[in-house]
Unconditional design. Structure first.
Length: 176
């Protein structure tokens, strides 16, 4: 059975909040490329109460078999010109779920979802130059590598280079 039959995106529910907090607040769970320092405890729960979905961006759960929490995808609006909005997306997976194709499939599904439900022409993502697994996932999801953003991300006391990827509306073929 193809992986995409085992992966889908859904809104965050209250029962997901423990896993979501663990994913962002536990350095071991966030992993080498996902921990950006401790955050205000309870911040995610407070934001969930106000809603994670808006016209400016959102967050969805990556659900596996039996609706189990595998990780999350996020998106927010960025401008590439005075009148040219696009979405910037990100993915976070639980440590035990990495390397199984969930990130690739979730990012592909998110791009399709955003093209289906918003008017943007571009969805972009960036990852650290050293994060080869995420680069492969983005390429497998249909994103094109566009270049390196030098010194663009500060994490763990160091400025790091990022690789920029994007997919355009015309790059996505309808699912049939």
């Amino acid at each position: 059975m193809p992986l995409h039959d085992h992966v889908h995106l859904r809104p965050v529910t209250e029962k997901d909040l423990d896993q979501l907090e663990r994913l962002h607040e536990d350095p071991a769970e966030a992993g080498d490329h996902g921990f950006f320092g401790f955050r205000n405890p309870g911040q995610l729960r407070r934001r969930w109460a106000d809603g994670f979905l808006s016209a400016e961006g959102g967050r969805l759960v990556i659900a596996g078999d039996d609706e189990r929490f595998v990780g999350e995808v996020q998106w927010h609006e960025v401008m590439q010109g005075p009148a040219s909005p696009c979405w910037n997306i990100g993915v976070s997976l639980l440590t035990a779920e990495r390397g199984r194709g969930y990130g690739k499939e979730a990012q592909r599904q998110l791009a399709v979802y955003l093209f289906d439900h918003t008017k943007v022409n571009r969805v972009e993502a960036s990852t650290e130059l050293s994060n080869i697994a995420e680069q492969r996932a983005l390429e497998g999801a249909g994103f094109t590598r566009e270049g390196v953003l030098r010194g663009a991300c500060f994490r763990a006391g160091t400025w790091r280079d990022m690789v920029l990827y994007a997919v355009l509306r015309s790059d996505i073929t309808p699912q049939g």
